[in-house]
Design a protein around this ligand. Structure first.
Ligand SMILES: NC(=O)c1ccc[n+]([C@@H]2O[C@H](COP(=O)([O-])OP(=O)(O)OC[C@H]3O[C@@H](n4cnc5c(N)ncnc54)[C@H](O)[C@@H]3O)[C@@H](O)[C@H]2O)c1
Length: 250
């Protein structure tokens, strides 16, 4: 039996089917949480669920930009585990080529997920009593801007602002909100960051800006997220935690 830092907690992890989100699901379950994986990718969602101990993870197909999907995830979580303690808003999309319909889609996925999750899940946490935690995945790409990522970074700026405002607003209910800010990592987003096919030069150029000399891994992001979600961070709210190998220094 596990006795981790998230023992008996119930978490919703969006985008948990792949990349950083998959790492967060794995870590949370090792720390004793039950996890609902909300993702649009059914094949990988079922794969991640089936890698976990029985009943510790349930995949629910859902689009974070859709309010009804959030309500369905809320209802499944309460039916399966009886409560909701933690939401990790990790699922987001990026694009370099941003015609207006992609601009709208970026905002619809990357900003509306914070909006829907707050409107649908906060009332559950308030009714349960005892507080709750949101960890929203932000990006060093917003804190340390790079060319070609303006419209993605703009959505991340909105995530940051909303997280800080909600942290101030919901502290009275002991609901904490923080962001984790990863530097470039090797995930489904890699081709966007490094080009496709990626080159030694492109990798070298990004790595030269990261003093610790490597990309972020799903485990790096998951460890920081699990800390902020746990009671060890019970007096920590409204922070932006870089997981960036020192990129912020460069
Ligand atoms: N990879 C990086 O270099 C990097 C750097 C900084 C921040 N981030 C942030 O980390 C988070 C995770 O990114 P990643 O690199 O693991 O991405 P990824 O593309 O590898 O995985 C994203 C997951 O989200 C899911 N998803 C996409 N749209 C969805 C939607 N509308 N509803 C539900 N699920 C959806 C995908 O199916 C996938 O499983 C994002 O918030 C991203 O902005 C990534």
């Amino acid at each position: 039996m596990s006795h981790g830092n998230l023992q008996n907690e119930t978490a919703i992890v969006t985008g948990g089917a792949y990349g950083f989100g998959e790492g967060i699901v794995n870590k949370f379950i090792r720390e004793g949480a039950n996890v609902i994986i909300m993702d649009i990718d059914s094949d990988n969602g079922i794969r991640v669920q089936s890698n976990q101990p029985t009943r510790s993870a349930v995949f629910v197909r859902g689009d974070v930009s859709n309010e009804n999907d959030w309500k369905a995830v809320r209802d499944t979580t309460l039916k399966t585990y009886g409560r909701i303690d933690i939401v990790v808003n990790n699922a987001e999309i990026s694009s370099l080529n941003v015609p207006e319909d992609m601009f709208d889609r970026l905002h619809s996925v990357n900003v509306k997920n914070i909006y829907h999750s707050a409107r649908v899940i906060v009332p559950v946490m308030q009714q349960q009593g005892g507080g709750g935690v949101f960890v929203n995945i932000y990006s060093m790409g917003s804190l340390r801007p790079r060319p070609n990522f303006a419209w993605y970074a703009a959505t991340k700026g909105a995530v940051s602002a909303a997280t800080k405002c909600l942290a101030a607003e919901l502290a009275k209910d002991n609901i904490r909100l923080n962001t984790v800010c990863p530097v470039a990592g090797e995930t489904g987003m890699t081709p966007l960051i490094l080009g496709n096919p990626d080159t030694h030069e492109a990798r070298g150029s990004i790595l030269s800006g990261i003093p610790l000399g490597r990309f972020a891994t799903p485990a790096d992001v998951a460890n920081a997220t699990a800390f902020l979600a746990s009671d060890e961070a019970s007096f920590v709210t409204r922070v932006e935690l870089p997981v960036d190998g020192g990129r912020a220094l460069n």
